[in-house]
Design a protein around this ligand. Structure first.
Ligand code: HEM
Length: 128
């Protein structure tokens, strides 16, 4: 999939509808992943909505999350959950698989995973 570095990730993805598809492909994988699934509530819909809103702004699109919830403070929001190195890697693997499933390939896939890798590792708050 082409990547135009002068555009945002949000624009490279093709905007809202692709981002929605990505989130919908991502969470079933998270739920099925033994390291991650038990951390999440059974009703995943509110988490999906928040992730859609967050990634929209994180990827350079509309600031949906901050408009509704204020400053993201994402590391703090993850503190109640034991995020280990293994869970961060599992989270990124689910994202890689979801990107592949919806047809996002390199170089765009690599750019997106690199962009998410920083926060994923930054959220680690528990030794393995
Ligand atoms: C590193 C591994 C990660 C783990 C184990 C993890 C786990 C979780 C869990 C358990 C929740 C709470 C679900 C609930 O509401 O009960 C959550 C919420 C959320 N996570 Fe993560 N997460 C990870 C990485 C990330 C990354 C890299 C991002 C984005 C860059 C992210 C964005 C979010 C967002 C936007 C929410 C919703 C926050 C809210 O409640 O407003 N997470 N995550």
């Amino acid at each position: 999939m082409n990547f135009n570095p002068s555009l945002s990730i949000y624009e490279n993805l093709g905007g809202e509808s692709t981002l929605r598809k990505l989130v919908e492909a991502f969470y079933p994988r998270v739920q099925a992943e033994p390291l991650l699934g038990p951390l999440f509530p059974e009703d995943i819909t509110p988490v999906m909505d928040k992730q859609f809103m967050f990634l929209s702004q994180f990827f350079g699109g509309p600031s949906l999350y901050s408009d509704q919830y204020g400053h993201p403070m994402m590391r703090a929001r993850h503190l109640p959950f034991p995020v280990t190195e293994e869970r961060a890697e599992a989270w990124l693997s689910c994202m890689a698989a979801a990107l592949h499933e919806i047809g996002v390939e390199d170089p765009l896939q690599a750019v997106i995973l690199q962009r998410l890798s920083g926060p994923a590792h930054h959220f680690i708050n528990t030794p393995s």
